[in-house]
Design a protein around this ligand. Structure first.
Ligand SMILES: C[S@@+](CC[C@H](N)C(=O)[O-])C[C@H]1O[C@@H](n2cnc3c(N)ncnc32)[C@H](O)[C@@H]1O
Length: 410
């Protein structure tokens, strides 16, 4: 008999009866999607795996603890036949044929009247992959194609522009500390869909090189600001491009809301009536120490970590940081933007009670090829920074956690 390709279709099963015969691994794998589809599922099986049993306990399926018997499929719209008894499966699929119920067979794809595709989901789309014929069935291959498509859509390496739902607006994307692999999947996808990208100096610059040539990439530091403050000029650039109907990504280093002025941009966009979505990022405050072998907490060593901006010196009247209180904390201090002021900061911490021997590590350009770690103590850090020519961007970690990892120097 000539083998025709299967006809793909999406079944809308909400409230419709689906019979599942057999409560083993196959049912366990397939039931979640049937439950998600809203089907009225009746499982017929003397036994079930603990996970399937939990679905019954939760009321997601109705479980009849008995073997299959003739007549079970009479009211079904769809059946999954997956018992370990081949004869029972054959009888059930003969019944399905009689009642014209589409049925999947776990033990015999040839006898089945339906096949389950390898499926995955991405942004409101279901990707379903079927082999063309029973003879060519290769479930690993279909699963691999599904994975390639879904992963590609998620990470932006496969770009399928939205024609109906894509709206102009701004996405504030946290790009992570610098390594291009450390952006979120959502951030990467939005980047791949952008018309305009306004990027900071810090963050995953390498990703910009991958963007297609039609994407306009703007260096935030180079936006002319004339009578505006730099931040206002950036806000205006975001608003202007979005008003032109473009899809704009504001790519920021780390997380947009950790010393990133992200909320100022959100507020400016809200005032201008521009839709804005915020995508969190991996902050350098945790990831950069981690990349250099320093955990910001460690059992029995530090039960808290505090992230502080060191961009103004402790004695500067603009400082909002209570340095004397920080000196009394026993946990980890993580200082961002603190290279220039570390001498004054260390002095203040020691003056208010921290031991001069407290370990300090400076991690420069963390997670990039140029990453470098320099170790010191509160007593020596000012001199070490000078002698070793430590430059921003660097994350400074102060506390006993600096010494817990296997390596302690550059
Ligand atoms: C304006 S703050 C922005 C922080 C960012 N929003 C975040 O969550 O990581 C910039 C500071 O972050 C730190 N920083 C960011 N990326 C870094 C990296 N790759 N290596 C070392 N420090 C980094 C430095 O202290 C730098 O001065």
């Amino acid at each position: 008999m000539a083998e025709h390709p299967a006809y793909p279709v999406g079944l809308r099963l909400t409230g419709r009866r689906v019979i599942v015969l057999g409560g083993g691994q196959v049912a366990q794998r397939r039931l979640p999607a049937l439950i998600a589809a809203g089907a009225d599922i009746v499982l017929v099986s003397p036994e079930a795996t603990p996970s399937v049993e939990a679905m019954a306990d939760a009321g997601e399926i109705t479980w009849e603890r008995r073997p299959y018997r003739d007549g079970d499929l009479a009211d079904a719209w769809y059946a999954l036949i997956a018992t370990s008894d081949h004869d029972a499966n054959a009888r059930a699929s003969a019944e399905a044929e009689r009642h014209r119920v589409w049925c999947v067979r776990s033990d015999d794809a040839d006898q089945a009247t339906a096949w389950t595709p390898a499926t995955g989901h991405s942004e409101g789309v279901t990707v379903a992959v079927l082999t063309t014929s029973a003879r060519g069935r290769d479930p690993r291959h279909t699963a691999a194609i599904r994975d390639a498509v879904v992963e590609g859509l998620r990470d932006g390496t496969l770009v399928a522009p939205h024609h109906r739902t894509r709206t102009a607006g701004v996405a504030l994307v946290g790009g992570g500390p610098g390594d291009p692999d450390l952006i979120t999947v959502r951030g990467r996808r939005l980047l791949a869909e952008a018309d305009v990208v306004i990027a900071d100096r810090l963050g995953p610059r390498d990703l910009l090189a991958e963007l297609p040539p039609h994407v306009e990439v703007i260096d935030a530091a180079k936006i002319p600001y004339g009578r505006y403050m730099a931040q206002e000029a950036i806000n205006n650039a975001l608003i202007e491009h979005a008003k032109q109907g473009k899809s704009v990504v504001r790519l920021k280093g780390g997380d947009p809301f950790v010393f990133g002025r992200g909320m100022e941009e959100v507020q400016a966009l809200a005032e201008a009536g521009i839709p804005c979505t915020v995508v969190p990022g991996i902050s350098s405050s945790i990831s950069v120490p981690g990349a250099a072998g320093i955990p910001v907490t460690h059992r029995g060593v530090a039960h808290e970590f505090t992230v502080v901006s060191g961009h103004v010196a402790p004695d500067d009247e603009r400082s909002l940081v209570d340095w004397p209180s920080l000196a009394k904390l026993t946990g980890t201090l993580v200082i961002l933007m603190g290279v220039d002021k570390i001498g004054k900061i260390a002095e203040t911490l020691v003056a208010h009670g921290k031991s001069p021997d407290t370990p300090v590590a400076l991690v420069q350009e963390g997670t990039t090829a140029a990453q470098r770690r320099v170790d010191a103590t509160l007593a020596t850090v000012a001199e070490t920074v000078r002698a070793q020519d430590v430059k921003p961007p660097a994350v400074i970690v102060i506390g006993a956690v600096v010494a817990v990892g296997p390596s302690a120097s550059e």
